[in-house]
Ligand binder design. Structure first.
Ligand code: IMP
Ligand code: MG
Length: 174
């Protein structure tokens, strides 16, 4: 099935908003440093841009998760495919995600990371689809709320394609 990509958020809009969120984080964490945790692969493009816009000291780590399968997905159990390299104990942690959809992945991840005793734990997402939420998740920083559409670009994929688009596009199936 052929698909078409329609621009939802331009490169300029995305870049401008990431700068704003970076400035907000810099203000909120003044006098401290932040430890950003990127959820691979989707969060990687966003994290790089965001990290450049944060003026307090930043350290980075990466994590990769996947759903355990279709039947366990509804239970919110996700598998850690790649765990963090460093301990987060005592650190001011911000989890950086591409999109919060049902909230299942983040709900599990925040619970798991919270048990590792960070000093603080917040969530920053590029996109949020609030209409799709199944599990309640507290999102601290959101760049954009978007309608219930399947989107790609800026790290987000459709069958591993389109992650490298510099803008956010909605997938339309013909
Ligand atoms: P959740 O557990 O349902 O919140 O799933 C979040 C994950 O689903 C994201 O990290 C993405 O990998 C994927 N996802 C959800 N919506 C989209 C979308 O519109 N485009 C691409 N990936 C998506
Ligand atoms: Mg993701």
């Amino acid at each position: 099935m052929a698909e078409q990509i329609k621009v939802l958020l331009t490169e300029e809009e995305v870049d401008k908003r990431i700068r704003e969120i970076g400035e907000q984080i810099s203000r909120d964490y003044e006098g401290r440093s932040v430890h950003l945790i990127c959820v691979l692969k989707g969060g990687s493009f966003f994290m790089c841009e965001l990290a450049k816009r944060i003026s307090v000291p930043v350290s980075l780590d990466f994590m990769s998760v996947s759903s355990y399968g279709s039947d366990t997905k509804s239970s919110g159990i996700v598998k850690i495919v790649k765990d963090l390299d460093e301990s987060i104990k005592g650190k001011d942690v911000i989890v950086v995600e591409d999109i919060v959809d049902s909230g299942r992945t983040l709900s599990y991840l925040l619970e798991t990371l919270g048990a590792r005793e960070p000093k603080s734990l917040r969530l920053c997402t590029l996109l949020d689809k609030p209409d799709r939420r199944v599990v309640n998740v507290k999102v601290d920083y959101t760049c954009f709320n978007i309608p219930d559409k399947f989107v790609v670009g800026y790290g987000l994929d459709y069958n591993q394609k389109y992650r490298n688009l510099a803008y956010i596009g909605a997938v339309e199936f013909n």
